[in-house]
Write a new protein. Sequence first.
Length: 369
Amino acid sequence: MAGPTHSDRFGAEGVTSPVRMSEKIAIIGAGLSGLAAAFKLKEFGKEVCVFEKSKGLSGRAASRTRKGCRYDYGANYFTVESNEVAHLLFQTLPTEGLCRIVGGIHPFDLTGKISAGEPQRNSAARWTYREGISTIGKRMVETGGLKVMTETRISRLKRTRGKWQLETEGGAAFDDFDAVLITTPGPQTIDLLEASDLDRTVCDPTVNELKRAEFVCQFTVILNFPGPIPLPGDGYALINSDRLHDIAWISHENRKPGHVPEGESLFIVQMSPAWSHHHFNRPVDEVIAMALTRTADLLGINLPPPNWADVQRWRYAHPVSAADQCSLKPVSAFRLFFAGDTFVGKGRVPAVIESGMAAASQIIAHFRE
Ligand SMILES: Cc1cc2nc3c(=O)[nH]c(=O)nc-3n(C[C@H](O)[C@H](O)[C@H](O)COP(=O)(O)OP(=O)(O)OC[C@H]3O[C@@H](n4cnc5c(N)ncnc54)[C@H](O)[C@@H]3O)c2cc1C
């Protein structure tokens, strides 16, 4: 799509600069909110650079390959709830390998009693990709031709004469940005802002608003067994409905085409936030052993020894409350913008894509004014 034309103007401080073809925007975080924002900004002709601390793309919409298996160990599936997200995922990005997950989700309670899932809820389409859910971010990067600097953790921001400079822990600096969009989980955003050289009138109210978004931690334990082991009710997943069980979610990665070779079973076990908080610093082997016992209890069977297991410790897994994006509008005068599930209040792939697109629209509108 051709980007709209515009003249370069500087609002907050009345600083002028030579007219150039497009504003230069830095995005911190290559999760789905950051990449969705980058994708839209690029469509509108902006020059965008995404900075990502890890090696991979898509953040908590994470997939991994191990011993011939592909598995989604952060977000396990996504739904599509708005036309904008549907258009992006089903029309703009290539759909090769996109697959609907077959099988219901059945609730269980504190006592481990499993009941039939709600038919209406279970009729909703749930999606992933053969190559894993992280394909969404990879496709946005490939299709949009996005520039992403991985293994680049931004540790400090500085604003001089209307331009933003980003610094890494190692002292590398990236400068001359007209705007910065931060998409990291709220607590990490607070750390970044507090370590930065910012006007207190910008920093303090922003930090106070971001503190409203509380995040919980979570362990994901991945268990691979020999042989076929179906879940009770032969569904896709079990979910703890009263949020009192040590296990929050178990799903069968076999339900996703191309993820698990025949003759093996792979379970994604997400421990509850309370359990995860209590055991957060325990060694990985102990976490696996405890998760294995609780899984066998819940399934009511003797599980064979696993072929292998894997663990992911998510320090900031999900927000349980939201910060208000509108309250941060005054900060946009300084060309500092925010997106991500911090402003959604729960962890949801479609909602963070929308949040990234909304932030991109805000930036586009800002430079048009
Ligand atoms: C265990 C688990 C299960 C989930 N299950 C589901 C599900 O089934 N369905 C669903 O829809 N959602 C689910 N979610 C929620 C969903 O994954 C998230 O809401 C969504 O992926 C968050 O996207 P984001 O862009 O807001 O943040 P992130 O994905 O966290 O992206 C932020 C990025 O910023 C990077 N970063 C952080 N600090 C810096 C820095 N200083 N410099 C540079 N980069 C930095 C991070 O590495 C990360 O890549 C789940 C999440 C978890 C953890």
